[in-house]
Design a protein around this ligand. Structure first.
Ligand code: COA
Length: 161
């Protein structure tokens, strides 16, 4: 756990804690992810999935307002042991626009450095705030790739050749 005293041009002095996820946090972060548009059952994210990514070498960073015992941000880092993937990166809406996301981004990059792995993310092309933030932290655009996924494997039949 790390105490962070934070002050920026946009923010008065505030105290935050950056720490690792605990199972007890799940309900609160699930609400936070819904609130910030990162939730949804189609993603198949649940406590079991989180714990298995952690067992696999990932990290779920929790940013907490220490005075209020309130989780106000997350950054979920998973790894396939080749790269780190950054997702579920968010700040609670009432705490946005104060520069707080830099704390989460710094901590995420620190983790990738510790692991000595490249770090990759997906961001919607219309998400200007997140894109600017990531660029500011050194992420560069990878190119004109589209992203594909099979959400429900059960509806996929083998392609006849
Ligand atoms: C993305 C998110 C975490 C950023 O947090 P935030 O509190 O809104 O942003 P911050 O105040 O910390 O600003 C961080 C940086 O974002 C960029 N930014 C912020 N507001 C911006 C705006 N209106 N226009 C362009 N860039 C902007 C700037 O680079 C800023 O850094 P600076 O203030 O040092 O210049 C937050 O908006 C969020 O949770 N959004 C919903 C979830 C989401 O979209 N997550 C990303 C998924 S890939």
């Amino acid at each position: 756990m790390k105490q962070v005293s934070f002050m920026s041009e946009k923010n008065n002095f505030a105290h935050f804690i950056i720490r690792d996820f605990k199972s007890d946090d799940y309900e609160q972060i699930n609400l936070l992810w819904k609130e910030t548009g990162l939730g949804g059952s189609q993603r198949d994210d649940n406590l079991q999935v989180i714990n298995s990514t952690l067992a696999n070498g990932g990290k779920l960073i929790i940013l907490e307002h220490s005075a209020q015992n309130l989780i106000i941000g997350t950054a979920w880092l998973t790894t396939d042991t080749r790269r780190i993937y950054l997702h579920h990166f968010c700040v609670k809406p009432t705490y946005q626009n104060k520069g707080i996301s830099h704390l989460l981004c710094n901590e995420s990059i620190k983790f990738a450095k510790e692991k000595k792995m490249q770090i990759k993310l997906e961001v919607h092309k219309d998400n200007l705030i997140a894109t600017e933030l990531y660029k500011k932290h050194g992420f560069t655009y990878l190119g004109d790739y589209d992203v594909y996924i099979i959400r429900d494997l059960s509806i996929i039949d083998k392609v006849e050749l």
